[in-house]
Ligand binder design. Structure first.
Ligand code: 25A
Ligand code: L14
Length: 337
């Protein structure tokens, strides 16, 4: 790291995640010497604020990374594939938000609370996991360390912001139009998302799972470093703007009582327990939005299997699920945290 900070580039700076990169770098006082904002021609010349300075957005190109030490990517998978190698060639370390490199064996897939040790093995690219996976493994790691998790069954309730700004606008305008008896347009999602639930996130695979489900399955096993963990997922889009919710069922080798689980989670990094049914207290998407923590509640023992627990896990998908986790990786990497 150079004297007063790092030279940073953000690819996809004008997107939902890109904008969050910009605010979190400032909030956490990440040591930035120089910053470059990159996006498509659509945003060229647009000005964005950083630490009181107004900075012009440039078009993302192969030669955008000269002198850059840290490149944060969230401009879609195709752009990562095309431009991340160029950034690495220029000497930058890339923290990539897309799914492009996540399962490549030589690419670390990192959630700092779970496997920060994997960061040091990087060869230029570090992958930021899928948003739904990140919040789940933050909640599961302390339980897994206490007694190995053999099986995970998860159903997700995912907000539209994960798909980007256009999806946020689509939900907004569908709600407005439906409330005033007007026609709606479905362009981002194949069906109406307002007042609806779509059991479909990302493309369908030949085996009947969606790619979002496959990512949760594969990435959980890679991050938890346990090839024997059986995971299944059903991922569902719900008409929520920010924060994903998850119903998680786990089976462990030894019994973990609900009280022990609560105790383990109370002491876990990045977790906040919200679990007081007598006061109607449980994690909620609208309360998790804009926050950093993974919120866990509804912690209860299964009624039939003796070594099984049910949990409700909620977190802001754009923060811990994307921008915050990527910046925590960078903080670990450059020891700036
Ligand atoms: O399918 P893909 O390509 O893999 O990506 C799908 C979408 O998922 C989001 C991101 O949405 C992306 O478009 N995304 C990606 N990774 C994510 C993650 N880990 C993720 N969401 C959550 N978690 P987004 O709209 O929020 O951000 C897009 C950013 O990428 C820049 N970009 C797009 N194409 C580019 C490019 N940069 C360089 N070269 C390219 N070819 C994009 O910049 C934005 O920063 P922009 O200048 O294109 O967008 C400026 C504004 O225009 C809106 N917009 C986007 N696409 C269109 C559009 N407007 C009209 N038509 C479009 N086709 C954006 O919403 C933004 O406000
Ligand atoms: O990071 O919610 O792989 O539509 C791709 C799908 C991010 C969320 C990823 C969504 C996801 C996105």
């Amino acid at each position: 790291m150079s004297g007063k900070g790092l030279n940073v580039a953000i690819a996809g700076a004008t997107g939902a995640v890109g904008e969050e990169f910009i605010s979190i770098l400032q909030e956490r006082k990440f040591p930035v010497a120089d910053i470059r904002f990159l996006a498509s021609e659509r945003s060229e010349g647009k000005k964005l604020e950083f630490s009181g300075e107004s900075i012009k957005v440039e078009v993302l190109k192969e030669d955008s990374f000269e002198g850059i030490e840290l490149a944060l990517f969230s401009a879609g998978g195709a752009r990562s594939k095309q431009f991340a190698p160029a950034a690495v060639k220029s000497g930058a370390v890339v923290v990539d938000n897309s799914s492009t490199f996540r399962m490549e064996p030589e690419v670390p897939l990192v959630v700092p609370e779970v496997n920060a040790h994997a960061i040091s093995g990087h060869k230029g690219i570090i992958a930021n996991p899928n948003c739904s996976t990140i919040q789940m493994v933050v909640a599961l790691k302390p339980l897994h360390d206490y007694s190995r998790i053999k099986r995970v069954i998860v159903s997700t309730y995912q907000s539209v912001s994960g798909t980007g700004k256009k999806a946020v606008h689509e939900l907004e305008s569908q709600v407005k139009n439906l409330m005033s008896m007007q026609e709606i347009e479905c362009s981002v999602y194949p069906h109406q998302i307002a007042f609806n639930c779509l059991p479909h996130i990302d493309r369908f695979e030949d085996n009947g799972f969606t790619f979002e489900e496959i990512k949760m399955i594969n990435e959980t096993r890679k991050i938890m470093e346990d090839d024997d963990m059986a995971v299944t997922a059903t991922t569902v889009r719900v008409p929520v703007f920010y924060a994903h919710s998850e119903s998680v069922y786990i089976e462990t080798e030894e019994k973990i009582t609900a009280d022990t689980a609560r105790e383990l989670l109370l002491n876990a990094p990045g977790v906040q327990v919200v679990d007081d049914p007598s006061k109607n207290e449980y994690p909620l998407a609208v309360e998790a939005a804009g926050k950093d923590e993974v919120f866990v509640g509804r912690i209860r023992e299964d009624l039939f299997s003796s070594n099984a627990l049910n949990l409700w896990v909620v977190s802001d998908n754009i923060r811990k699920g994307a921008a915050l986790n990527a910046i925590q990786i960078a903080e670990n990497l450059f020891e700036t945290g």
